[in-house]
Design a protein around this ligand. Structure first.
Ligand code: FES
Ligand code: FES
Length: 158
């Protein structure tokens, strides 16, 4: 076992961890943050995407100790004071919540994008979501949701 000091959704955490765990396993099994999903477990589908020090990462292939001294953001951290994040609201408004398994990862990839680039082009949105695989519907509504959220965030929301 090893000691981990990290910050999750703004809260400093110290925990005894098995270094063999992935960050996704740690978040789900030890922190009970089950909004982060594990699909392929191989870094290929994006379901497990969280933000690690500002970058979207596939947490299923990140060893938990990579979070030492880092800031981790998960889907649970987006809501503020009982209000959903504009990305969450626009995913609902635009019909972009196509399945519960992929949506948290798609929203976290989108958040990392908008944090770094408040006015992304369609191509940049598509590129940011390139690692989030949807096999059910497609990306049109998702792109529209990200654009709508970006508009709102530029006007000071979220
Ligand atoms: S579960 Fe991590 S990329 Fe698929
Ligand atoms: S959104 Fe999950 S498979 Fe399409």
């Amino acid at each position: 076992m090893a000691q981990l000091h990290t910050t999750i959704n703004g809260e400093p955490i110290t925990a005894e961890v098995d270094p063999a765990l992935s960050l996704a396993e740690f978040l789900r099994e030890k922190m009970y943050l089950t909004g982060t999903k594990i699909g392929c477990g191989k870094g290929e589908c994006g379901a497990c995407t969280v933000i690690l020090d500002g970058k979207a990462v596939t947490s299923c292939i990140i060893p938990v100790l990579r979070a030492e001294g880092a800031c981790v953001e998960t889907i649970e951290g987006l809501e503020r004071g009982g209000r959903l994040h504009p990305l969450q609201e626009e995913f609902v408004n635009k019909g972009a919540v196509q399945c519960g398994f992929c949506t948290p990862g798609m929203i976290m990839s989108s958040k990392a994008l908008l944090d770094a680039n408040p006015a992304p082009s369609k191509a940049e949105i598509r590129e940011a979501l390139g690692g989030n695989v949807c096999r059910c519907t497609g990306y049109v509504n998702i792109e529209q949701a990200v654009e709508a959220a970006a508009d709102r965030m530029r006007r000071g929301e979220g």
